[in-house]
Write a protein that binds this ligand. Structure first.
Ligand SMILES: Nc1nc2c(ncn2[C@@H]2O[C@H](COP(=O)(O)OP(=O)(O)OP(=O)(O)O)[C@@H](O)[C@H]2O)c(=O)[nH]1
Ligand SMILES: [Mg+2]
Ligand SMILES: [Zn+2]
Length: 295
């Protein structure tokens, strides 16, 4: 590397400016035209080479190889995705959780389901009962309340030294959780709209923060997402338990729909794979089948 070139990590993108962390400084950078041999533009989470202009500005001249890329929120090189889902206000949605799980597992990003606002439940047993099928199916589930620091302990252990992104509906409590884990961040949060029972889209940008527990990215909430990056065959083996079972389906390319001797359907019948998630899987397969643009 030439003297004035250094490697850094893009932590945010605002109004066409990339903020790149190099050692302990942040440089405001522009991306330099098209990248050689790459027809991609840099995103948050990219490791990049910056040509430094002065003590606070530079140009991104190269994007280092990505090991994964999440289209929504737009971020690269993630180790772990925390699906933030509030127990109430707004109420959790199995449909959304199952979709996030499919996307994260397809991209080989470790998923964690974090159920927030457990203090709003009149009986904590109801909360556990609502998510126990995920635990049975070998997903990591943690339960948190920003009013009780003890509840973050297991989460902190799971994300230590990783690049983690918080994803989930607006108002689910992503920024609040990050504030609670790391006291000096002071990220903006907002009451949810009582009339609509959903969040107000408070966070507008993906941004990576350095915490005592590793790098954590906050992201804007959203409530619909598509499966553009996947074909029917990809979805069929996205979930870890579908993938394991599919080796025992009669057909190699079994989509676990109406095929005979399908191990996934057998396991659903035996309550070894959640019926709710399987039914959502059927909806996702329909969405893929019906989408207009094919990639
Ligand atoms: N009772 C309770 N309220 C919480 C908890 N976590 C978050 N909240 C409240 O939920 C509301 C929304 O929280 P935010 O952190 O802004 O939600 P967000 O997911 O970042 O939302 P967007 O930025 O819009 O995507 C705020 O009023 C928080 O105080 C919790 O554990 N318990
Ligand atoms: Mg937020
Ligand atoms: Zn099958």
């Amino acid at each position: 590397m030439i003297n004035n070139q250094k490697q850094g990590l893009i932590i945010s993108l605002r109004a066409g400016n990339y903020f790149v962390k190099i050692d302990n400084d942040i440089y405001k950078c522009k991306a330099r035209g098209l990248f050689r041999h790459q027809d991609i533009s840099p995103v948050v989470g990219d490791n990049v080479i910056v040509e430094i202009q002065n003590y606070q500005e530079g140009y991104i001249i190269e994007i280092l190889e990505r090991h994964n890329y999440l289209a929504r929120p737009k971020i690269a090189n993630i180790d772990c995705g925390i699906i933030i889902t509030s127990y109430d206000e707004p109420q959790y949605s199995y449909y959304l959780i199952d979709k996030f799980l499919a996307i994260l597992e397809f991209l080989k990003i470790e998923p964690i389901i974090c159920v927030t606002k457990i203090d709003l439940a009149s009986d904590i047993k109801d909360v556990y009962a609502s998510f126990k099928s995920y635990e049975y199916d070998n997903y990591q589930v943690v339960y948190t309340s920003i009013n009780d620091a003890k509840t973050f302990k297991s989460l902190k252990e799971k994300i230590n030294n990783k690049l983690t992104v918080l994803i989930g509906q607006s108002g689910a409590g992503k920024s609040s959780l990050l504030n609670a884990i790391n006291k000096n961040l002071n990220l903006q949060t907002n009451e949810i709209s009582q009339s609509l029972n959903r969040g107000k889209h408070t966070t507008r940008h993906v941004e990576i923060f350095e915490t005592n527990y590793g790098l954590i990215a906050d992201s804007p909430g959203f409530s619909s997402l598509d499966l553009d990056m996947m074909q029917a065959e990809d979805l069929a083996i996205a979930y870890h338990d579908f993938k394991d079972a599919s080796t025992q389906c009669k057909f190699n390319n079994c989509l676990h729909l109406n095929e005979p001797q399908c191990m996934v359907k057998e396991l659903v019948k035996d309550n070894k794979i959640s019926l709710t998630r399987y039914n959502n899987y059927l909806l996702f397969q329909e969405e893929i089948k019906n989408r207009k643009v094919r990639y």
